[in-house]
Write a protein of this length. Sequence first.
Length: 260
Amino acid sequence: MTWAKHKFANENFQIELPSNWKIETIKPDQYQLVKDMTASFNIVSENGRDLAEVRTGYPEVFDLTVRPTTEENTLIDSTPDPAHKMMNYAFISYNGSPNEAWMMLTAIEPEITPIWEAPLDGPVYTGGTGLFQGKLDNKAVLPSVDPALKGTKRFKAYTKTAEYKDLKKTMLSFKQLKAAPAEQEATGGNCVGAQYTYDLGDSDMSCDEAKAFFSQILKQPISTGAAEIMGVGACMMPFDTDPGYCNIDASGGKFTVTKK
C-alpha cells in the first residue's frame, strides 16, 4: 500500500490517503461561507464505493454546550485528539440504533459522545469548522465482513478490516497547513466569541486557543461553578455579569471570560 497527499481549499488543508483511492468533487452547500477555505469532495475506494464526505469552509463555531441525548449513543471506536484542539475521531451509532453508524472527525471528546445529541459537531480548526464523515448501514457492502452479521456486531467486525484502518488513518491525517491570520496568532488583549468575551491576560494563548479551550471546559462536569481538564487547566464559570477565569497549566497564566 502506498499513500498520497491531497491538499485542498487553496492548500489550507491536507489529508493522506491510499493512492488507489480517488477524490471526487461534489457541490458545496449554502452554509460553506468562508470561500478561501471551502472544499467539498467524496473519498472513493478503488472499487467505486463512497467512503467519506469532506467539507470545509463553514463559519467559526465556539462555545459548544452539551445537548443531552434521550437514549445513549453506542461508541464503537474512538481516538481522542491529544492536543485537545477539537479533532477527535469517533465511530458511533446514534440514539441506541444498531442499524447505522458514522465514522467521523468531531469536536466532541470520546468520553462525552455517548450522551451528546445527534449529530455530533464536526472538527473545529483555526478560522472555521468542517465535516469529515462516512455513514454505514446494514445494507452497505463491507469487505472482509461476514454478511450474516447485523447491527453493532457488524460494525465492530468492520473495525478489524484493512479498509477501516486505512479510512480511520486518512481521517486522522487531516490537518490545517497555513498559519492562522496574524490577528489570531497574537497573544494577549481581548476578543469576542459567540456567547462570551475573553481577556487573554497572561495566558500566553491566542484568541482561537482560548475559545477552543473554554469550549472544551464547558463539556466537562461542573462542580460548585468550576470545571477542569486534568493536566491542561481549569475554569471558574462566569455568572450573569460576573466574569469567570481560566488557569492554564502550561503557562501558569490565566484569562478571564465574561458572558455577552
